[in-house]
Design a protein around this ligand. Structure first.
Ligand SMILES: Nc1ncnc2c1ncn2[C@@H]1O[C@H](COP(=O)(O)OP(=O)(O)OP(=O)(O)O)[C@@H](O)[C@H]1O
Length: 235
């Protein structure tokens, strides 16, 4: 679904992410881990088109499975091509209700109401909160709202930046099972940036660890992955 080849990106003329290569297959969850400042968010920003690529390529699969380079494609057209981005920090329109947050994305889409209903089935806790201001929801509820809103765009690639940050443990488990279900149900690949090791290794099939903007370790999340990740992160 997504192929990064020797991707270098950063801010102004200063590279922050160096020479990163990464593959996410169809219906696959891949976790990118690393300490604060390792460059995880910067990598995602380049993938979604919020900052330019300095060198290397970002390739996205077309629906027919062939790849095209999208380095210069504006962010809004990447959304149209099937990417959805949920930034760090449970971002919602705080003064709008939960329902208005969802309708903002659904309105104007064909079958907008059905799209909202599908997400309310996925996140049943949101049903009773539709008339509540998003700013008054708990962190976990806001994160579910942010993911639901992203899914209304019917992405093929969901990009999540630290979805469990600042969220109580019972909701972390819910979000984890949602992500696993989404990929298992088919039709969706997930690029997950996460510092919560247990969560990332449970949810993802493969991992990459970034250290100082470079890939320090990469592999499958099976036996021995915890040790490899800990070693790469030097924890
Ligand atoms: N807008 C910006 N302009 C200049 N430098 C930035 C900007 N945003 C981040 N940086 C720098 O880029 C480096 C990587 O930051 P980034 O946010 O990508 O790391 P991260 O791994 O996502 O960390 P965190 O887990 O804290 O979000 C840091 O040194 C940071 O100071």
């Amino acid at each position: 679904m997504l192929r990064l080849r020797n991707l270098t990106c950063g801010y102004g003329r200063t590279p922050v992410v160096h020479d990163v290569s990464l593959d996410i297959g169809a219906d696959e969850v891949v976790a990118v881990m690393g300490h604060n400042g390792a460059g995880k968010t910067t990598l995602l920003r380049a993938v979604v088109g919020l900052i330019p690529v300095m060198s290397g390529t970002i390739e996205l699969a077309r629906p027919d499975g062939t790849y095209e380079t999208i380095n210069r494609r504006p962010a809004n057209r990447r959304v149209k091509a099937g990417m959805a981005y949920v930034p760090q920090g449970q971002q919602c329109f705080a003064h709008l209700t939960a329902g208005e947050n969802l309708r903002l994305v659904a309105d104007g889409r064909r079958h907008g109401k059905t799209l909202i209903d599908t997400q309310l089935d996925r996140f049943p806790a949101l049903r009773g909160l539709l008339n509540r201001q998003a700013g008054l929801l708990s962190g976990g509820q806001r994160q579910q709202l942010a993911i639901a809103r992203a899914l209304i765009t019917e992405p093929r690639l969901l990009i999540l930046d630290e979805p469990t940050e600042g969220i109580q443990p019972n909701v972390v488990a819910e979000i984890e099972s949602t992500i696993v279900d989404l990929a298992r149900d088919g039709g969706l690949s997930v690029l997950l940036v996460e510092q919560h090791l247990g969560f990332a290794l449970q949810a993802a099939a493969r991992f990459s660890v970034l250290r100082s903007g470079r890939v320090a370790s990469t592999g499958a999340t099976g036996d021995g992955a915890v040790e490899r990740v800990r070693e790469a992160m030097a924890i």
